[in-house]
Design a protein around this ligand. Sequence first.
Ligand code: KG4
Ligand code: ZN
Length: 380
Amino acid sequence: MKILAIETSCDETSIAILKGEEKSGVFKILANVVSSQVKIHAKWGGVVPNLAAREHLKNIIPVLNETLKKAKVVLSEIDLIAITQGPGLIPALLIGINAAKTLAYFCEKPLIGIHHIEGHIYANYINQKKEGNLSQFKFPVLALVVSGGHTQLILMKDYLNYKIIGETLDDAAGEAFDKIAKIMNLGYPGGPAVAKRALEGKSQIMNKFKIQNAHKIQSGKNKKSKDIFPRPMINSGDLNFSFSGLKTAVLYFYEKIKKEIKDKKNLEAHKNFICWEAQTAIVEVLRKKSLMAIEKYHPQSFFLAGGVAANKELRGDFEKHIKNNLGVEFTCPLIEYCGDNAAMIAVVAFSKLIKKNINPKKLKENWRDLEADSNLKLKN
Ligand code: KG4
Ligand code: ZN
């Protein structure tokens, strides 16, 4: 069977085609086209919902044509259309949903709505050959979803069965990266910018770079610690997260440093150092809570997922501390499937059809009722 998936929840217009074998659960991604709007939103330092919608509208048909061409598939061969229903930005979601509904109506195809976070989790099933097998991982699976809008630990006892066992009480991890980048004017998107600066900061530290008065400058209650920045909620005893305090600590620290350091080159070097320290704080909190969750719930597999999963230090740290550890199989998506893409949405749709035994004929009328939901909840 062939599934055409559309994803427009934020600032990527993406369409993919998956070819799957129902009996075995083996699939191949025939094409996954992603058109990024990064340059448009960079000017504003974040995603502007109405601008995103306008770009989706402009891009969706060209992206559809390119996907069909790459996959060497015509629309009549498609068995199911899958669309990201939420969560996401309503103006952005609406463009993809309306395109999917129109295609479903005119081509008389069944239509299924997919949860964006399910997509991030299922991106782990796509391997280097752009293939996958739904029986490839053992359950229970524990997933750490770290994206721009979410930081959640999700336990899956089986396919498409979700229990949120921990989540952020304020900012998501990706949001923290983005805000830290904004504070220091590092460009957009913030995550990759901070990661790049952090790498430079790391080599500076290895070269014995001295942070100017770092420990003197660092504020209040964290003074005795060797860490420049706090690790929010690391010892809270539960599996929840909080990243807004870290962002504030970076803000105060940077403001003080900026006043003290007049030399531009030196200030840039300090920004690198701040990025390294802040990234290390985020990674440490994510690792500690993940290890706690593993000890508590004894999963067989651990998935890293979401845009922040592209962070090399995070991947390396989790490989070191979780891979082959505690009897858990560790996996993270290929870098190209960490960020938003439609291939991951297609994998969830495929999984729903075969693991939940959904008859596509029952989805024929979905073009009428399917609605965008910016706060869509994960359902089992
Ligand atoms: O999953 P995603 O593409 O979109 C959402 O569903 O939110 O995640 C985007 C987030 C952004 O906050 C971005 O800054 C962050 O992922 N991100 C990174 C990296 N690449 C993207 N954060 C840290 N390091 C990276 N290399
Ligand atoms: Zn996402």
